[in-house]
Design a protein around this ligand. Sequence first.
Ligand SMILES: [Zn+2]
Length: 216
Amino acid sequence: MPHPQVLPLFDSTGKPLTGAERDRARKRYWAIHSRDKYIAMRRREYRSHRDSILAKQKEARDKSPLMRERARLRAADWYKNNPERIAARHSKLPESKRIAARIRAKEWSRANPEKAAAHRKLIKARRKSRLQNVCPNPLEVLCFYTSEKASPTLHCFYCGTSLVGKPMHMDHIQPLVKSGMHTAANLAASCPKCNLTKNEHDLTDWFGNRPLFYEI
Ligand SMILES: [Zn+2]
């Protein structure tokens, strides 16, 4: 604890501080000047009373719109700055929770069509700029895409479903997020189901040892 002389005896209006107020000032002084010890103490406190601390915080947020807004901004900031930790967290979620999240997202899109459209546009733009970095020959990709689309015997690369007259997705065999390139050699026509379930998985992780419809 600091020497009492460095602590204020009066508040900003000149009124003498009460015993409890001086006590608070002393604690504040200690928190500022022994930062490491203070943080260690708060962590210990948090670990031993986590549930009651979280309940209290929630109660305070429920009462104050300002606090709620601040918490929302802090959380949004954290989400923006920690993409790897979020991905790690999501990958640990059980399937039931993932399905529930997907349903919630769909409901949100239906309730907020304009925001959802803006979000889709943003994702598309990001994808486009990412593609430009990994596409040495756009013309070759375009030719491949058009010839695949026009093929009278088009099948899903993975499961062999016929795609003639049906929606077709172009899948990156080696996903872009795992340093795959946007080239004809790394593209495969696939049914929406295969493309969407494969998502960003490696081919072997996702498909296992089942035989592919086409040989690579
Ligand atoms: Zn398929």
